[in-house]
Design a protein around this ligand. Structure first.
Ligand SMILES: [Cu+2]
Length: 374
């Protein structure tokens, strides 16, 4: 049994391997000593409590009033999470969930995050916001050891959905990300979303789906290994990660996290904004029996949405958004349309849609019936 401090030093040592030293060195904070302080004292402040995915905290789609400072607090939580019936991971999480909670602001707002790393954790963490400008997305300014907290404020200058993730340097970066440390922010245009012709569109619901590829080592008998803490599994997991072959590809942290009792819900006529984030690996969402009416494939709302997609592409390290109005009731599967990943590795969610069937859109003209002679 290694002590917590030894574990901390040990992992720091692994990160400083020669090949990685150069990458780690580039991650020191920039010189800000000559920069004038930003004055946001005149701006109103609002605080949102974060909620776990697939839900998103209450927010305005069209901003009322001018820019604000929007405050959030997140606790980093290292804990064991069950990924499948027979597989567990010593997860690293933002606020206890995989993915971390979504933060929603409007263009021109300032997002101000208090990031806390409780003393009960073992590892150093930080946050790199793809939506932010400079200092490695804030990663260089937010490194917190267990027992430390930090506050980062950045101006939301580009509307869209963007990934955030932990990036503490060197080999820690992919390890923390595939252990669960990623999430997404949504920066809405102040006047809300627009369709392909520039007309306003609203959504009735948001479905926030974070896809995670896990690399869980097996023992000699083929069983997934359960480790007492993240550090103990580091070396084995790194070997597995370097095969680039995940053992699990899941939505919201576990096989079945969005099926059964936890399926997403909608009603015929409702427009659902599906936000799909993947911090590490490409994906290709597809709604079986439905479409993407308006798809911001790269997730950035200054670009007009594409229409009528069957499947859309999420680049690893990005988030995309697709709006769909449900037209028929039933159970829809929302999958990563690499069907091996969807069915065998876990990347399937369900949407249960209530409402009346429309025979004009689809009708079973004849139920399967025997024919011919046997
Ligand atoms: Cu981390």
């Amino acid at each position: 049994m290694i002590s917590r401090r030894a574990a901390l030093l040990g992992v720091a040592g692994m990160a400083a391997a020669p090949l990685l030293a150069k990458a780690a060195k580039a991650e020191s904070a920039p010189d800000m000593s000559m920069a004038a302080a930003a004055d946001v004292s005149h701006l109103p402040r609002i605080r949102h409590e974060l909620v776990a995915p697939p839900f998103v905290h209450a927010h305005e789609q069209v901003a009322t009033g001018g820019p604000r400072v929007v405050e959030f607090t997140m606790d980093i939580i290292e804990k064991e999470m069950q990924v499948a019936d027979d597989a567990w991971v010593q997860a690293m999480t933002f606020n206890g969930s995989v993915p971390g909670p979504m933060m929603v602001v409007h263009e021109g707002d300032y997002l101000e995050l208090t990031l806390r790393n409780p003393h009960t954790n073992m590892l150093e963490h930080n946050i790199d916001f793809h939506a932010a400008t400079g200092a490695l997305g804030g990663g260089a300014l937010t490194k917190v050891m267990p027992g430390e907290q930090t506050i980062l404020r950045f101006k939301a200058t580009r509307p869209g959905v963007f990934v955030y993730h932990c990036a503490p340097g060197g080999a820690m970066i992919p390890w923390h990300v595939v252990s669960g440390m990623s999430g997404a922010v949504m920066i809405l245009p102040r006047d809300g979303l627009k369709d392909h012709q520039g007309n306003p569109v609203r959504y009735d619901r948001v479905a926030y789906i974070g896809e995670n590829d896990f690399y869980i080592p097996r023992d000699d008998s083929g069983r997934y290994i359960r480790y007492p803490d993240a550090v103990s599994g580091y070396s084995d997991m790194m070997d597995k990660m370097n095969t680039l072959t995940p053992t699990h590809v899941v939505f919201n942290g576990a096989v079945g996290a969005l099926t059964g009792d936890r399926a997403l819900k909608a009603t015929v006529g409702e427009k659902v904004l599906f936000i799909h984030a993947q911090a590490n690996r490409d994906s290709r969402p597809h709604l079986i029996g439905g479409h993407g009416d308006l798809v911001w494939e790269a997730g950035k709302f200054n670009n007009p949405p594409a229409r009528d997609f069957e499947t859309w592409f999420i680049r690893g390290g990005s988030a995309g958004a697709a709006l769909y109005e449900f037209l028929q009731p039933g159970v829809y599967a929302y999958v990563n349309h690499n069907l091996i990943e969807a069915v065998n590795l876990g990347a399937t969610a369900h949407v249960v849609v209530e409402g009346d069937w429309n025979n004009d859109l689809m009708e079973q003209v004849m139920a399967p019936t025997a024919y011919g002679s046997f």
